[in-house]
Design a protein around this ligand. Structure first.
Ligand code: AMP
Length: 415
């Protein structure tokens, strides 16, 4: 609806601006891709690929999927357009609708909007810290500062298999006690048990070995450095060894930003490093890291905390013509004023003065210009200041001067 859409525009504007300030360039990818991209990129054992994708066969018998997330498409575009050739780190961002066939509930929809970044080409933990700082900065700039930032490292293809084995040794004897979902994915993706919400599964993983204890020296060192960088910029975080996230492509750093007042679906944003993904998608070995953030949940938090500014544009002038001649005379004047950038409204229903003043009042317009037959004959217009109810008769040609006196002209219009 218009009021809500205006709030979205404001928020979108903020997000685009902050991304650009951090040196990220926008990449617009298609709404759908070949299904295989997501299967390969997101991972066959993930919830998204197993059961949440909107997948169709098109007229050419190709399998296509409405994008459930942004990273796989960004990686595809990065490879297709050979962005690596420019050298350095490719800093890209995206914004748009995503689609997941999930059971809708508060904060969880089947079509939702995400904004996110991907920084491709550097394995430096400073990039991890920059990306986390960027996410946090967006929320802070919007007025949300009491956030919980969870971080973890889930290792790499060198150390994760060892952890996986330790985890399986611990969990296999308890397979009968697990939820059906975890039973099914235990052998394929045992790490996902760590963030299962089922009470039994939670209990089973109470005393499990922690992944942070089994990291190889490369991953351990990376994680330590990340924490030092975060400490250095004053970002407070919590190490959450249960944080594994729902994508297969993550390596090393994973993180999530959580708002306490969102209820069950409390994650505002999540992300991580994916040093193997670009190779998996057919490119050269290239490290990368990014995050994705939900707009609807952000909107919910901003609304509930009254942090949305009044973004509705109020008309500056309401033109109230009385009679056919006045209507004809005022119409071109209104169009000219609008072309010059003033926000002007009028009555389009041929109503009485009383009804027109009521409309102007409802719209919150500070100035009303009343044009009756007498005024028209004298080339004048009656200006009513709605806040004080004072009225003055002025030449019609003075309308712009009156508007300028009342409102600060913006740089781009009004001349
Ligand atoms: P993900 O892509 O699953 O890591 O999610 C990143 C962020 O997108 C989450 O923290 C949410 O804010 C948002 N999000 C993910 N799935 C949904 C959904 N189905 N409905 C609304 N927001 C979502």
């Amino acid at each position: 609806m218009p009021d809500e859409a205006a709030a979205w525009r404001y928020l979108e504007g903020m997000v685009h601006r902050i991304f650009r300030e951090y040196g990220y360039g926008e990449l617009r990818t298609p709404i759908f891709e070949h299904t295989e991209l997501f299967q390969r990129g997101i991972g066959e054992t993930t919830d998204i690929v197993e059961k949440e994708m909107f997948t169709f066969t098109d007229r050419g018998e190709r399998s296509i999927t409405l994008r459930p997330e942004g990273t796989a498409s960004i990686v595809r575009a990065y490879l297709e357009h050979n962005l690596a050739a420019a050298g350095g780190v490719a800093k890209l961002y995206y914004y748009g609708p995503m689609f997941r066939c999930e059971a809708p509930q508060a904060g969880r929809f089947r079509q939702f909007s995400q904004f996110g970044v991907e920084a491709l080409g550097s394995s430096d933990p400073r990039v991890d810290a920059e990306v986390i700082a960027l996410a946090v900065n967006i929320y802070r700039r919007l007025g949300i500062s009491d956030l919980e930032i969870n971080i973890n490292s889930i290792g790499c293809p060198t150390c994760r298999p060892l952890y996986r084995e330790r985890l399986l040794e611990h969990l296999r004897p308890h397979v009968a006690e697990m939820c059906p979902n975890c039973q099914r994915r235990l052998e394929r993706n045992p790490l996902r048990l760590l963030d299962c919400k089922n009470e039994n599964c939670k209990r089973l993983t109470d005393n499990i070995p922690l992944i942070t204890e089994t990291l190889c020296s490369d991953c351990g060192g990376h994680f330590q450095q990340l924490m030092q960088y975060l400490d250095g910029i004053g970002v407070r975080y919590r190490i959450n060894p249960r944080l594994v996230r729902g994508f297969d492509y993550y390596t090393k750093t994973v993180f999530e930003v959580v708002a306490g007042d969102l209820g069950a679906q409390n994650a505002l944003c999540g992300g991580g490093r994916y040093d193997g993904l670009i190779e998996e998608c057919g490119g050269p070995p290239t490290p990368g890291i990014g995050f994705a953030a939900g707009m609807e949940r952000l909107m919910m938090v901003l609304k509930s905390r009254n942090l949305l500014p009044q973004v509705k544009e109020k008309p500056q002038l309401y033109l109230a013509p009385l009679g056919m001649e006045a209507r004809q005379a005022l119409f071109p004047i209104m169009i000219q004023l609008r072309e010059a950038g003033w926000i002007v409204e009028t009555d389009l229903l041929g109503r009485s003065l009383k009804a027109q003043l009521k409309s102007a009042d409802k719209l919150g317009v500070p100035l009303v210009g009343v044009l009756g037959e007498d005024e028209l004959r004298n080339g004048q217009i009656l200006i009513r200041h709605m806040d004080t109810s004072q009225q003055e008769l002025v030449p019609i040609t003075d309308l712009v001067a009156i508007l300028k006196k009342k409102f600060q002209p913006s740089a781009e219009f009004h001349e």
